[in-house]
Write a protein that binds this ligand. Structure first.
Ligand SMILES: [Zn+2]
Length: 368
């Protein structure tokens, strides 16, 4: 697994290319630090794999939530100084309280909706670090903890990264994925990895706000970008419309077949780009059904992520698996079954035959 950051590289690169001088410097710094942290994340994933994943004991209901302040330092300073421990009263620092409250809301979602104890299913303690770097325009899950920059470097409104519940739930869901399907973070499996984070990011936000599928804006990071750039990081319902230069395709006709290499413009084979396709399949299915998406299609996507997909799953496998689980859960030919199939139809993904759980024709590449 590589670093899972919220800002798509294409957006940062556009600023590095065309922004003001300060925006360009901030974007380049963000890319530079992200590339360094990627090495750390690979080392962690490799160690876990080589040891067989260490499984902590079950700790129902006792996930500790702790926030640290990196005070402008970078990865060598992580996690920083502890500023709010589990159960402590609020801090005077808004970023500390937002990181704390949104991590708690995300864990509550997984516990109350899916009976899942924290991101690993076994009560893993949550560690968040705020005030990473100088005007650092990104937030990410390192494989071990959450890290938030302050924004204000030209891409994000200052403070937006901790303020956005869906951004925090997106990042923590990368942890859920790491402990479950462990989708390889490149090309289609990587775009699915990104999409599951957006799906649960928006579901956590919808549930916290009592927002049903019809009234949701289906935007990830609404209001987080500088207004001159656009309204959000991604639109799940209308991929490609969130910001100026948003290059997400809305269906397979516009799929971007990008190389998997170290060039950030190629986004590890388009993981933040082609994720628009499965995102829209989910949003369309949820909108067709109406009501609360975390009670309709959300549980289908959760079962597929945690029980059905292999690490190298492709879009067609995810389509087959979600259609199969919808039929199992709600009945063959049910409204839900039809809505999930309709969602994948809308984005022109044909499901693989069967339930999507088996796929042996593609090799699982080494993480990079
Ligand atoms: Zn992500």
């Amino acid at each position: 697994m590589v670093l899972c950051a919220i800002a798509p590289p294409s957006l940062l690169l556009r600023l590095a290319d065309a922004g003001s001088r300060s925006a360009r410097e901030a974007a380049l710094e963000t890319i530079r630090v992200s590339e360094r942290l990627r090495g750390r994340r690979i080392a962690v994933a490799r160690a876990l794999r080589e040891q067989g994943v260490a499984v902590p004991p079950d700790r129902p209901g006792v996930t500790a939530n702790t926030v640290f302040d990196v005070e402008g330092g970078e990865e060598s300073a992580l996690p920083g100084r502890q500023v709010r421990g589990d159960g402590d009263p609020p801090s005077a620092d808004a970023a500390v309280n937002e990181a704390y409250d949104h991590a708690a809301a995300t864990v509550a979602f997984y516990r109350e909706v899916h009976a899942r104890e924290s991101i690993d299913g076994r009560g893993l303690d949550l560690v968040s670090s705020v005030h990473f770097g100088q005007r650092y325009d990104n937030a990410f899950w390192t494989g071990e903890q959450m890290v938030y920059g302050d924004g204000g470097g030209g891409t994000f409104v200052a403070g937006a990264l901790t303020r956005s519940l869906d951004v925090i739930a997106h990042e923590l869901t990368h942890g859920v994925t790491q402990y479950t399907a462990n989708l390889v973070y490149e090309a289609q499996s990587g775009a699915l990895n990104e999409s599951f984070s957006d799906v649960f990011g928006i579901l956590v936000k919808q549930r916290a706000g009592g927002i049903d599928a019809a009234s949701s804006d289906w935007l990830i990071g609404a209001g987080a970008l500088e207004p001159s750039l656009g309204t959000a990081l991604r639109s799940m319902l209308a991929p490609g419309t969130a910001y100026s230069g948003d290059d997400q395709p809305a269906d397979m006709d516009s799929y971007r077949d990008l190389p998997v290499d170290d060039d950030p413009r190629n986004d590890s084979g388009g993981v933040h780009i082609n994720s628009g396709i499965p995102n829209r399949a989910f949003a369309e299915a949820a909108r067709t059904l109406g009501g609360n998406a975390w009670e309709t299609v959300g549980p289908v996507w959760y079962t597929v992520l945690t029980e059905r997909l292999r690490a190298n799953a492709q879009f067609a496998d995810a389509a087959a698996a979600t259609i199969a689980v919808a039929a199992e859960r709600y009945g063959d030919g049910s409204r839900e079954h039809d809505a999930v199939r309709g969602g994948w139809d809308a984005v022109k993904v044909a499901p693989t035959p069967g339930d999507g759980a088996q796929r042996s024709s593609t090799r699982r590449p080494d993480p990079r």
